[in-house]
Design a protein around this ligand. Structure first.
Ligand code: COA
Length: 532
C-alpha cells in the first residue's frame, strides 16, 4: 500500500489555529488582488467604458474558450512600489480553440497602459514561459508605450520585448497581436514583430510617430487614421492581416487565427486522474502560523497528488527531506519536500541522487519548500556540508526535466537554491501566503549584524552602545521580516503568484499541462563535477 495515511487532527486546536492564521493571510491577499483587478480605478475604468471599450480581463475572457480556466501570473507585480499593483499588464495561460496560449493584455486604465519597470519584468517573464513551454503568444495591445518618467529603467532593457517576439517566431511558436488602441513608437513593433496581426477599426493607432511628431520632423500634415489606422494598415501598408469592425470581432478573429495554427502538444493529455483521498480544504490547517514549528509535508502531498498515492524513496535515510514518486492530474512527478526544515549532508546527497533518477526517467520534479537552509556548526562543516549542499545545487542546476516550486513555509539561505528557487529557473514558482524567503531568518540576520558591529567597535577600541544595538536589531528584524513576505517578493516578480493552498493541485495541474506542450528530456550526464 503506497496510499499515504494522515495524522492531521482536523478537530484539534493546532489545526484550527493554523487554519485561522492562513485564512487571515488569505483575506489580506484578496485585498491586494482586488487592487490589481481595480486597475487604474473607477474614474479611468468609467472613461474607458464610455469610449465603448472592454477592460483587459474582459478581452481575455472573450478570447478564451467558454468555461475554461485562466491561470493568471504575477498579479501582484509592482506591489510595494510606487506603481499600481499588477503593473498595468495582465498575463496568464488560457485555452483558445483548445490550444493552451500565453496571453498578455495591457491595462489601458493604468496610465494609458504605459509600461513601467515592473510591467517590463512581467512581460519578459511571460515571454520566457511561452518560449520554455512552446505556448503560442497572444498580445492584446493598447498601451502608451514606455512610462516616460521611468524611461531610464526600461528603454534599454525593453528592447528584449521585440527581440523575444521574433525569437518565439523563429522557434516555431506562433505570435498573434490584436491591437485595440494605441500602439505607437516602440509599441508599433509588437504588431510589427508578430506572426499574425488583427486591428480594430477606427481604434488601432499603429505608427512610429503621431501627427505632431511628423509635423515637427518633416512638416507634413497628417492624421491618426492615415498614419496608423486599421483601415490603412489592412488596405495599404499590409501590417494588418485582419480588419476587425469592433473589439468583439477582433477577439473572434483571434480565435479563428489560433484555430488554424495547427499547434500541437508534444504529449497527449493523460486520462482523468483520481483525486486525492483527503480534502484539499485541509491544506489550510497544516502550516503552523509560527514557522519554527515543523510540519509533515506528507500531509500536503497527500492532499495534492492523485489518489494520495506516494512511493517514497529512501524514507529511512536523510529523513529531513521527503522524496518520492507520484502523479498529479495524471502527470508523473518526483517530489522533494522539506520535512524538518534543516538540510543536512544526508538530505543533500539523497536529493542529488533523486534528481539524477528523475532525469534518467524524464520525470518532472516538484519542490515543496519549508527549509531554514543547510546545517551550520563544527560537526557539520567537518562532515562536509558545503560539498554535499553543492552536490544538490549542482544536480538542480544541471537537471533538464521541468521543475515546479511551491514555497509553503520557510525558504531561507542556500536551501532556497537547492530546492530550486527562482534563480534556478523552475518552469513555475508559486508561494503560499504562509511562505517566507530571505537570506536567513530576521532574528538571525539582526543578531549577526549586532555581533559584527560589536566586534568592529571592540577592534577599534570604541565603547558599544547596547541601547542603540537593541533598537537597531528591532529595526532590522522588522525590515527583514517585511522583505521576506510573499506579497513583497511577488511584487518583485520573484514568484509567479501567491496562491491559496487549496488551489495548489489545480494550479500545478494547469502548469503541468502547459509544460507538456513542449517535449523534454532529462539530463543523462552533463552535471558538473560532483565533489565527493
Ligand atoms: N508615460 C507615463 N504616463 C503616461 C503615458 C506614458 N507613456 N501615457 C499616458 N500616461 C498618463 C497620462 O499622463 C495620464 O495621467 P493623468 O490622468 O494623471 O493625467 C494617464 O496616463 C492617462 O492618459 P490619457 O492621455 O488621459 O489617456 P488616453 O486614454 O486619452 O490616451 C494615450 C492614452 C496612451 C494615447 C496617450 O496618453 C498618449 O499618447 N501617451 C503618450 C504615448 C507616447 O508617446 N509614448 C511613448 C512611446 S515610446
Amino acid at each position: 500500500m503506497t496510499v499515504l495515511s494522515s495524522a492531521l487532527d482536523v478537530g484539534g486546536q493546532d489545526y484550527r489555529a493554523n487554519r485561522e492564521a492562513m485564512l487571515a493571510k488569505l483575506a489580506d491577499l484578496d485585498t491586494e488582488h482586488a487592487k490589481a483587478l481595480a486597475g487604474g480605478g473607477e474614474k479611468y475604468v468609467e472613461r474607458h467604458r464610455k469610449r465603448g471599450k472592454l477592460l483587459a480581463r474582459e478581452r481575455i475572457e472573450l478570447l478564451l474558450d467558454p468555461d475554461t480556466p485562466f491561470l493568471e501570473l504575477s498579479p501582484l507585480a509592482a506591489w510595494g512600489s510606487d506603481y499600481t499593483v499588477g503593473a498595468s499588464l495582465v498575463t496568464g495561460i488560457g485555452v483558445v480553440e483548445g490550444v493552451e496560449c500565453l496571453i498578455t493584455a495591457n491595462d489601458p486604465t493604468v496610465r494609458g497602459g504605459a509600461s513601467n519597470p515592473w510591467s517590463l519584468k512581467k512581460a519578459l517573464r511571460a515571454n520566457d514561459i511561452a518560449l520554455a513551454n512552446r505556448l503560442p503568444c497572444i498580445s492584446l495591445v493598447e498601451s502608451g508605450g514606455a512610462d516616460l518618467p521611468s524611461q531610464k529603467e526600461i528603454f534599454i532593457p525593453g528592447g528584449a520585448i521585440f527581440r523575444d517576439l521574433t525569437r518565439l517566431s523563429a522557434a516555431g511558436i506562433p505570435t498573434v497581436a490584436v491591437v485595440f488602441g494605441n500602439s505607437t513608437a516602440g509599441g508599433a513593433y509588437v504588431p510589427g514583430m508578430s506572426d499574425h496581426v488583427i486591428m480594430v477599426k477606427e481604434k488601432a493607432k499603429v505608427f512610429l510617430g503621431g501627427p505632431p511628431l511628423v509635423k515637427m520632423a518633416t512638416g507634413e500634415e497628417s492624421d491618426d487614421e492615415s498614419l496608423g489606422g486599421a483601415e490603412m494598415h489592412a488596405r495599404v501598408s499590409g501590417l494588418a492581416d485582419h480588419f476587425a469592425v469592433d473589439e468583439r470581432d477582433a477577439l473572434r478573429q483571434a480565435r479563428r487565427v489560433v484555430a488554424r495554427l495547427n499547434h500541437r502538444k508534444a504529449y497527449a493529455d493523460p486520462a482523468p486522474a483520481e483525486p486525492p483521498k483527503y480534502d484539499e480544504d485541509e491544506l489550510l490547517g497544516i502550516v503552523p502560523g509560527d514557522l519554527k514549528q515543523p510540519f509533515d509535508p506528507r500531509e500536503v502531498i497527500a492532499r495534492i497528488v492523485d489518489g494520495s498515492d506516494f512511493d517514497e524513496f529512501k524514507p529511512l535515510y536523510g529523513t529531513s527531506l521527503t522524496t518520492g514518486w507520484a502523479s498529479l492530474h495524471g502527470y508523473p512527478v518526483g517530489v522533494l519536500a522539506n520535512a524538518q526544515g534543516v538540510l543536512f549532508s544526508a538530505e543533500s546527497q539523497k536529493a542529488a541522487q533523486f534528481i539524477q533518477l528523475a532525469n534518467q526517467r524524464d520525470i518532472p520534479l516538484l519542490f515543496l519548500h519549508n527549509t531554514t537552509g543547510y546545517m551550520v556548526g563544527k560537526e557539520y562543516e567537518q562532515g562536509g556540508i558545503i560539498k554535499h549542499g553543492a552536490m544538490m545545487i549542482n544536480a538542480v542546476s544541471n537537471s533538464r526535466v521541468p521543475h515546479l516550486s511551491v514555497l509553503m513555509g520557510a525558504s531561507y539561505g542556500a536551501g532556497h537554491y537547492g530546492m530550486c528557487g527562482r534563480a534556478y529557473d523552475p518552469r513555475f514558482l508559486f508561494a503560499w501566503p504562509s511562505a517566507k524567503s530571505a537570506v536567513m531568518g530576521p532574528q538571525q540576520l539582526a543578531g549577526v549584524l549586532s555581533i559584527v558591529a560589536r566586534q568592529s567597535a571592540a577592534a577599534k577600541g570604541h565603547p558599544y552602545d547596547d541601547e542603540a544595538d537593541a533598537a537597531l536589531r528591532a529595526m532590522v528584524e522588522q525590515q527583514i521580516e517585511s522583505e521576506s513576505l510573499p506579497m513583497f517578493l511577488s511584487g518583485r516578480l520573484y514568484d509567479d503568484g501567491v496562491i491559496d493552498p487549496r488551489d495548489t493541485r489545480t494550479v500545478l495541474g494547469l502548469c503541468l499541462s502547459a509544460i507538456h506542450t513542449a517535449s523534454f528530456e532529462g539530463a543523462r550526464g552533463g552535471f558538473g563535477v560532483f565533489r565527493m
